[in-house]
Write a new protein. Structure first.
Length: 458
């Protein structure tokens, strides 16, 4: 049995049900789980991290990510365009220079590495780019990357099954049949999915959207989820004018299409959900459906604005009893994908929506959304808080450095941090220390990602 002791932290932010914050606190880890939490623990350990001058939080969890996008960051053709033009530009390049599994492996290593050195311990991933003629082992390679980094990982088998020939708006070169998607998904579940406690990998089911996937696909994934413990359902809704095609095709908004396919409830997540309809917010809240807020990208892509979506109303959904968590989404249209940056954007952008300051989303609210809330949205009851029995996933930040100087509340000021942890702990192991990855060469990762990115963009 291996042991790890975090000793004398200035503050441990537990994110337990009471949201306790404990000063002068220790955390003892045995193997991959938290064993004890409290001041002055009488314990010896194989390794001790001196946490004096530090704040300790649960590891940050990204509930929505597209790791392939790491290969297209700050591509000039994708700048200053709305979502439809953005996707059209990507579709053109995917036709001529398709993403390969090896390129995705390089991008996933870079994406995960960036997450880990700033305190991210778990990430979801939604891969839906399956071009005709290219091997389908994309999820396999992202899992390889997660194992190399040491990151807890929740990949989704995404898809697009509604092409132009069937009345959809997706290029035929990216379209798969429902049968091949289901067969491949079951194969991934058989080989990689682990529903047990402390699992390092779980597979999720994620058509891209009502605008890109058939009603049959949604119904079949609902059936598969119902018989496969540990899986959940995830889909984009709405981000911009994504409702238009649903009304044209089905005569009802996209959310109604999802509901009649059984896509609602605590095992279902809607990404973005920038609806302007209060009744839709109420229905999602009453069903317990999880809402992943990815606001930085919504702002960056112009999804919010005249004739498009409205700002996700986080406080209103919560006051209705709804479930809200946090995600960054695609590095191709969110160049940083820095969890701490996007958490700050989420907090600030909600404030103009409410006149009453007492109803504003606080820094601690957003931290809960990016830890315990995101864990619950991924179907996990063993992640997201620092308390005995939970997964030993934590981020340790030194708050004595110049970027934190003068602050009186390190939890609030965490978003201004220089983004490097003193230690990032995943599954009881130190995965990053002082801004450097422990298990892999991050300089080599950066070189390889740059090489693969240049191959894909002329």
């Amino acid at each position: 049995m291996s042991t790890l002791l975090i000793k004398d932290a200035d503050l441990v932010v537990t994110m337990n049900d009471e949201r306790d914050e404990i000063a002068s606190c220790d955390v003892l880890v045995r193997d991959n789980a938290i064993a004890e939490v409290g001041p002055n623990l009488d314990a010896e350990a194989d390794e001790t991290i001196d946490a004096r001058g530090c704040i300790v939080i649960p590891g940050l969890i990204n509930s929505h990510n597209h790791m392939w996008g790491t290969l297209y960051r700050a591509w000039p053709e994708l700048q200053d365009v709305h979502g439809d033009d953005w996707f059209a530009a990507l579709a053109r390049i995917w036709h001529d220079r398709p993403v390969t599994p090896e390129a995705l492996y390089a991008g996933a290593l870079a994406n995960m590495g960036q997450h880990v050195i700033i305190g991210g311990t778990t990430s979801a991933d939604h891969h839906w780019v399956y071009r005709n003629g290219v091997p389908k082992d994309f999820v396999d390679r992202t899992i390889d990357a997660a194992r190399a980094i040491g990151m807890r990982f929740h990949p989704s088998r995404g898809c697009m099954t509604l092409g132009e020939k069937a009345g959809g708006n997706m290029p035929e070169i990216l379209i798969e049949s429902e049968d091949e998607v289901l067969d491949h998904t079951q194969d991934l579940i058989d080989r990689f999915h682990d529903p047990e406690k402390y699992s390092m990998c779980r597979i999720h089911l994620s058509p891209t959207g009502v605008y890109s996937d058939s009603e049959a696909m949604f119904k079949e994934f609902r059936k598969l989820c119902d018989v496969t413990p540990g899986t959940t359902l995830k889909v984009h809704l709405y981000h911009g004018d994504g409702d238009k095609s649903a009304v044209e095709r089905y005569g009802v908004p996209a959310m109604q299409v999802l509901e009649r396919c059984g896509w609602e409830g605590p095992d279902t997540m809607y990404y973005h959900f920038d609806t302007t309809d209060d009744d839709e917010r109420r229905r999602a809240a009453e069903a317990g459906t999880w809402i992943s807020i990815c606001l930085a990208v919504d702002l960056r892509m112009g999804f919010l604005g005249p004739g498009r979506g409205g700002f996700p109303r986080v406080r209103e959904i919560q006051e209705m009893g709804g479930n809200v968590c946090f995600g960054t989404t695609n590095p191709a249209n969110n160049e940083s994908s820095c969890v701490l940056d996007d958490m700050r954007v989420l907090m600030l952008a909600q404030r103009p929506l409410l006149d009453e300051a007492e109803r504003w989303i606080t820094a601690r609210d957003v931290l809960w959304m990016a830890t315990k809330g995101a864990a619950m949205g991924l179907g996990r009851d063993d992640l997201g808080s620092i308390e005995p029995g939970m997964c030993a996933d934590m981020a340790v930040y030194d708050v004595t450095k110049i970027d934190m100087a003068g602050n009186h509340d390190p939890v609030v000021f965490l978003y201004a941090h220089n983004r490097e942890t003193k230690a990032t702990i995943i599954n009881g192991e130190v995965a990053a220390r002082d801004g450097r990855l422990v298990n892999v060469d991050q300089d080599e990762i950066a070189r390889n990602c740059n090489i693969e990115a240049k191959k894909l963009v002329a």
